[in-house]
Design a protein around this ligand. Structure first.
Ligand code: ATP
Ligand code: MG
Length: 263
């Protein structure tokens, strides 16, 4: 893949649901931890250019699902397809090479390196000639840092970032190699409402460029602002999926969350 910005047609989810429009397919995924099922026969698909929300009470299996899609967690059954290609047997790195990127619920990235250095360290095609002019990878680094609104913090050490800044830095890192599928685990958590609004715009523009975004988030206004469709997990099972407003209004979903509050 070249270092140039890929010309990706902006397309919405569209009505067709044709095979070629599928960015990500998860089929029959089951994950067990020592015999306890964290995910049980879960299937869903997300189109190119779509933000699909994955919500559910604590412990529902959302992060486990993202890790399984990314190749960090091996399922005991099920398939993962990336734009029609079965990547179930492909490693985490192999999936990253094929255009899959994720951000973690608990960021582990804070170091003595600066935002710019760390994003660059992740960028494909970045050479040891650090921050030299004309390096195409460097242009991409500056571009993603600006896109997430961190240009003022580009020279800050990542260990000195605020939580909101860390989340945006994580998104910049995930975007620097121009993924086809982006998985984000609670990206708005710890953000101010202004930061969250800015992140809505970032993720929307990412999706509008043709990327499939799977959004795990407890912040419901954030979900409503971004995702036309939502999948709900509860105790490892797919409870319901559909248009976000209908899913959020569903008594089954309210009950699942109430069950948690009562627990
Ligand atoms: N590495 C692991 N070993 C054992 N059990 C695990 C492991 N990771 C997750 N689990 C269990 O699997 C279930 C699903 O966890 P997961 O982290 O996927 O939930 P979640 O939906 O992301 O929750 P939250 O909203 O709190 O982030 C939980 O019961 C959790 O304790
Ligand atoms: Mg989680």
């Amino acid at each position: 893949m070249s270092n140039q910005q890929r010309p990706v047609a902006a397309r919405g989810p569209g009505p067709s649901g044709a095979e070629s429009d599928i960015g990500l397919r998860v089929a029959g995924v089951t994950v067990r931890f020592g015999g306890n099922p964290a995910l049980e026969d879960v299937s869903f698909a997300a189109r190119r250019g779509e933000v699909l929300a994955l919500i559910g009470p604590n412990g529902a299996g959302k992060s486990t699902m993202l890790k399984t899609i990314a190749g960090l967690q091996r399922p005991s059954a099920g398939l993962i397809e990336l734009q029609g290609e079965d990547v179930s047997g492909v490693s985490f790195r192999g999936r990253a090479t094929r255009g899959l990127a994720l951000t973690f619920q608990i960021p582990r990235s804070a170091t003595a390196l600066t935002v710019e250095e760390q994003v660059a360290g992740q960028a494909k095609g970045f050479t040891h000639v650090r921050f030299s002019r004309g390096n195409a990878a460097l242009a991409r680094v500056a571009d993603v840092i600006e896109r997430v609104g961190l240009e003022g913090a580009a020279r800050k050490r990542t260990r000195d970032l605020t939580l909101g800044e860390i989340r945006r830095f994580e998104v910049a890192r995930a975007l620097v190699n121009q993924p086809r599928v982006l998985l984000v685990d609670e990206p708005a958590s710890g953000m101010s409402s202004d930061e969250a609004k800015q992140l809505v715009d970032v993720l929307r523009s990412v999706a509008d460029s043709g990327v499939t975004v799977v959004l795990v988030e407890h912040n419901i206004p954030f979900v409503s602002a971004l995702a036309r469709r939502t999948v709900v997990l509860s105790a490892g099972r797919l409870l319901i999926e559909g248009d976000t407003p209908e899913v959020l209004a569903s008594p089954t979903v309210k009950e699942a969350y109430l069950g948690q509050a009562a627990a």
